[in-house]
Design a protein around this ligand. Structure first.
Ligand code: HSC
Ligand code: NAD
Length: 308
């Protein structure tokens, strides 16, 4: 069942025939859980997939908590409407540990599993054999090439990138990425779906980091080096960027928030693939913190300490 907002958005679009109703999200972690949540909230039928029921049950709990926050903001005055929003949204969300069975009715599959090229390629090869002809495949990868992820899938015209931002229920942006083979009909469907999800879409080619992460990596790198040289403290750099440019978090706060292991993994991967690019140089302070298990907010310490 599509929500009235989703229906209105689709009917405004030229791609009504390709409207996406059934969405399968593979991976129920930080990002997959958020994508599944927003898809269910905006009227899509969602199957959320992960490796075991324990992981799925924790994801379901996180989604339910986050939906209550969204509902409180949306229907502040009316507890009844808020409860209805949460229960209606949750009724559209089912879970599965069988990724191939989960795509049988999918119009769109969004992959948000671990950032590993071999595992992603293997998954899409299996899904390509199991999914209906019309199903669009998309990856939410932060740093890998969509073209490489799509390598083993035959449906390259129905393959692209849909890059969401953390926290998904709050961040308005969705990057829509095309590979050379992606058809215009696929791009149109992905753009219309992004709009139905309540996101603002931007389009770009399949280059490292797309738009946001391509700019974020050098920004982080310069901030880390400024701190390493002793030019300014982490606190002062963060304060400067928040009050001087209006960012909600400074580079060290944001690094701790996204996870220093994730940042290091991305930057190291690019440094290896593009050894002549000085903007992708790995920072020693980042390497040291990760080697000490200080991964940011999730471990209670990164560039800063947090109350767990
Ligand atoms: C090295 C390069 C690679 C990096 C790694 C990969 C990066 C990746 O690919 C791309 C990214 O994501 S880049 C990263 C991109 N991300 C950024 O750049 C993030 C930058 N930071 C921000 O935009 C803000 O600091 C936050 C929105 C995180 C928190 O907002 P705040 O005002 O500071 O603090 P607050 O008081 O907590 O929240 C206020 C209200 O927001 C709502 N709400 C919040 N979380 C929610 C949730 N999970 N559910 C539902 N609702 C949620 C809620 O209404 C809450 O009110 P409540 O009364 O408490 O319910
Ligand atoms: N964390 C971020 O800020 C962020 C932002 C944008 C994009 N991304 C990208 O999104 C993807 C997921 O990141 P995350 O932070 O949600 O990771 P995460 O570790 O929180 O979640 C990944 C989930 O995928 C599951 N999984 C692993 N292999 C699987 C398989 N074969 N089948 C089904 N489930 C499987 C894991 O059990 C885990 O629950 C990555 O590609 C990452 O680069 C991350």
């Amino acid at each position: 069942m599509l929500s009235s907002v989703a229906v209105r958005n689709f009917s405004n679009s030229a791609v009504m025939a390709n409207a996406i109703k059934n969405v399968t999200v593979i991976g129920s972690g930080l990002m997959g859980g958020g994508i599944a949540q927003v898809a269910a909230q905006t009227g899509h039928n969602v199957v959320m997939v992960d490796v075991d029921d324990g992981v799925l049950s924790k994801a379901h709990e996180r989604i339910s908590t986050s939906m209550k926050r969204v509902a409180k903001k949306k229907f502040g005055d009316s507890q009844e409407e808020a409860n209805k929003f949460v229960s209606d949204s949750l009724s559209r969300l089912t879970t599965s540990t069988d990724s191939t069975a989960s795509v049988k009715n999918a119009d769109l599959v969004v992959e948000a599993i671990v950032e590993n090229i071999d595992i992603k390629q293997k998954l899409f090869k299996q899904l390509d054999e199991a999914a209906p002809e019309h199903t669009i495949f998309a990856s939410n990868t932060s740093s890998l090439s969509i073209q490489k992820i799509a390598q083993n899938a035959k449906r390259k015209d129905r393959f692209g990138g849909l890059h969401f931002f953390n926290p998904v229920p709050v961040m308005k942006l969705l990057e829509v990425i095309r590979i050379p083979e992606t058809s215009q009909a696929t791009i149109d469907s992905m753009l219309a779906w992004g709009k139905a999800m309540g996101k603002v879409t931007v389009q770009c080619k399949d280059t490292p980091g797309f738009i946001v992460n391509r700019l974020l990596v050098p920004y982080y790198g310069e901030a880390y080096r400024m701190y390493e040289r002793g030019d300014a403290t982490t606190r002062d750099i963060d304060t400067a960027m928040k009050l001087g440019t209006g960012y909600p978090m400074g580079p060290f706060e944001l690094s701790d928030y996204t996870g220093l292991d994730t940042n290091l993994f991305v930057i190291e991967g690019w440094a290896k693939e593009y050894p002549d690019e000085p903007l992708f140089k790995v920072s020693e302070s980042l390497r040291k913190l990760v080697s000490e298990g200080k991964l940011g907010v999730k471990t209670g310490e990164g560039f800063y300490k947090y109350n767990k």
